[in-house]
Design a protein around this ligand. Sequence first.
Ligand SMILES: [Zn+2]
Ligand SMILES: [Zn+2]
Ligand SMILES: [Zn+2]
Length: 276
Amino acid sequence: MKIKFLGTAAAEGVPAIGCKCRVCTLSRALGGRNMRSRSQALINGELLIEFNPDTLWHSHAFGFDLSEIDHCLITHSHPDHLYPDDIDNYRRDFCHGRERVMNFYAAEDGFNKINEVSLRPHMGGAVKAHLIEVGKLFTVDGKYTVMPLRASHNAETSPVFYSIGCNGKKILYAHDTCYFPEEAWELLKGEGRFDLISLDCTGCLGLDGHKYLRHMTFPMCLDVIKRMEETGLIDGKTVKVVNHFSHNGGQTYDEMREEADKHGVVVSYDGLEIEV
Ligand SMILES: [Zn+2]
Ligand SMILES: [Zn+2]
Ligand SMILES: [Zn+2]
């Protein structure tokens, strides 16, 4: 399986809108991997994860054709992960020459938001919302097996994170969530070994004094990694990635690398592609 990280920032982006903090100022000056758009990923060039306000820009910047993509997993309904206004642009009278259906998979709140758009008369069946539930395995495009796990995040957004399997390979995409709830650990027992994990690292190195209750910091990611190693969910060959960074956390890409390298953890950046 191939995963491409299209965007790797939290909601505000890095540098953030209107911000002059140290991270944003430094990131603007350094450019390159320090510049982050909102989190989104693409599996095997065909399965999107998230549909945020940077989706169109990602398709232009990274050269993938949205008219050829029919499936998108949504983790929760926060606007940096789900932007319903752009889903409306799939309407048949705007989207010429495409007769296929764009399928979105989301738990309750995200489902309701997508479903409301999909039922508008001008949509003409161009979009279909699929309601998914924690612990209920589902199949996408006849080849991806997807298990939604309960995320520890704002409950009103119906947050889940995903275990995604294809051709004997497995990826865990865990954003946005704090340290996994016990319910998720229980379900993970049945998921076997992961080839790649991507963990929420909104709080960067966790030196800002903020108590992260709905996201993680790098030390919290290391706690998750330790437990996953101890329970056989990952091993020395598993690629471990941290992702979804906020300027509020306090470190640039370069500064994150210094620490993550010591632990064999990959710091994601926009455009990073990994095949497992
Ligand atoms: Zn987010
Ligand atoms: Zn900033
Ligand atoms: Zn969120």
